[in-house]
Design a binder for this molecule. Structure first.
Ligand SMILES: NC(=O)c1ccc[n+]([C@@H]2O[C@H](COP(=O)([O-])OP(=O)(O)OC[C@H]3O[C@@H](n4cnc5c(N)ncnc54)[C@H](OP(=O)(O)O)[C@@H]3O)[C@@H](O)[C@H]2O)c1
Length: 329
């Protein structure tokens, strides 16, 4: 294990909009209730690119390291921490994860069971936990229900497809390109409709004449507007995000007429408001990975020193699946 502090480094933003710079980590005290993790793998997400440009809701003081997910081994524990040195863990952070060593509060730490690699844990990360909370905690999804997942080959969407299928739901999806539709089908969608073909809503009538029980929507815009038409009586529309950039506000008449529920999901606040739901979600996710019901999809692998290339891969939308960065390889 890399123990010496002098060996540790972070990729940091010194100036908004400029490339990340490699800097050595300085000695610092470990806070009570925190653990120090020697990072093996860090995840790269779209919001990292926004953070680096100062275009995200969170604006840390300069210099800072972006990065919301790391996995590795606990090197030290702070006073009162419930964890032990040597445990393999995933941690979810607001930022600071593009680093070979990370200090993180206990409630942001998730133990990794045997058979689940650091890379798999990071690849699932916040997207799989969000999909889990959206479908089960917020959406109350049950076996046998008909589910439609928008952006079914996106990070969160592909996790939602696999999780819904793991509990015995009948899963359908939408995606823009044929390769994405095929990917969603290969991960459990019975059929994935082209969201670029205007006739897709009509085509769903063949498989769900009464409508869908639950629609999982990370996209918003026109897909949201169609979704309110396509829900069954009493159906639930899980509002996850607005990847289209279009935050919809209409169709409230259908909410009333069809007795449907618009259900919001906001993952981040669960660390304060309901960490037990996150730990429960993590347990299910790890079990499903071990059982082969959930397959993390790696898009590209980099070394942490190549963080600028990793971020550019995300920014240019040139890969499907998670972009991960390994430390010390
Ligand atoms: N509420 C929460 O707590 C929470 C948690 C996780 C994610 N989110 C949000 O959910 C959304 C999806 O996140 P993700 O991690 O799954 O992202 P992702 O892996 O980048 O997938 C987003 C998908 O959205 C679709 N899309 C449609 N219009 C797009 C556009 N203009 N630009 C980019 N993508 C577009 C794309 O699928 P097609 O090509 O098939 O259209 C893409 O695959 C984001 O808005 C994110 O902020 C929210």
């Amino acid at each position: 294990m890399r123990g010496e502090l002098s060996e540790h480094f972070a990729m940091v933003v010194e100036e908004l909009g400029a490339p990340l710079v490699k800097v050595p980590l300085r000695p610092r005290p470990l806070m009570p209730g925190h653990v120090r993790i020697t990072v093996e793998v860090a995840g790269c997400n779209f919001f990292d690119s926004l953070l680096m440009q100062g275009r995200y809701q969170l604006r840390p003081n300069l210099p800072f390291s972006p990065g919301g997910e790391v996995a590795g081994v606990i090197a030290r524990t702070g006073r009162g921490s419930e964890y032990e040195v040597g445990q393999r863990v995933l941690a979810v952070l607001p930022f600071g994860g593009f680093s070979s060593q990370v200090d993180v509060a206990d409630e942001r730490v998730f133990l990794l069971p045997d058979g689940v690699s650091a890379e798999s844990a990071v690849a699932l990360g916040t997207q799989a936990q969000s999909a889990h909370l959206g479908l089960f905690h917020r959406g109350m999804l049950r076996a046998g229900e008909k589910v439609l997942v928008h952006a079914a080959a996106g990070g969160t969407g592909l996790c939602a497809v696999q999780l819904a299928r793991a509990v015995g739901a009948e899963v359908y999806g939408t995606a823009s390109k044929s390769e994405k539709q095929e990917l969603a089908v290969s991960h459990g969608c019975r059929r994935c409709f082209s969201s670029r073909d205007e006739s897709w809503p009509k085509l769903t009538k063949e498989i769900a004449p009464e409508g869908f029980d639950l629609i999982f929507d990370p996209v918003g815009g026109d897909l949201y507007r169609e979704s309110t038409r396509l829900l069954a009586w009493g159906g639930r529309l899980i509002v996850v995000g607005f990847a289209s950039g279009d935050i919809p506000s209409e169709a409230m008449n259908r909410v009333m007429l069809k007795n449907i529920s618009l259900v919001g999901l906001h993952y981040g606040p669960y660390f304060e408001r309901g960490p037990q739901y996150l730990q429960a979600a993590h347990s299910d996710l790890m079990r499903w990975v071990q059982d082969g019901d959930l397959t993390p999809l790696i898009g590209r692998r980099y070394r942490l020193e190549q963080a600028n290339e990793a971020v550019e891969t995300i920014r240019s939308r040139s890969s499907v699946g998670k972009v991960v960065m390994h430390v010390g390889v």
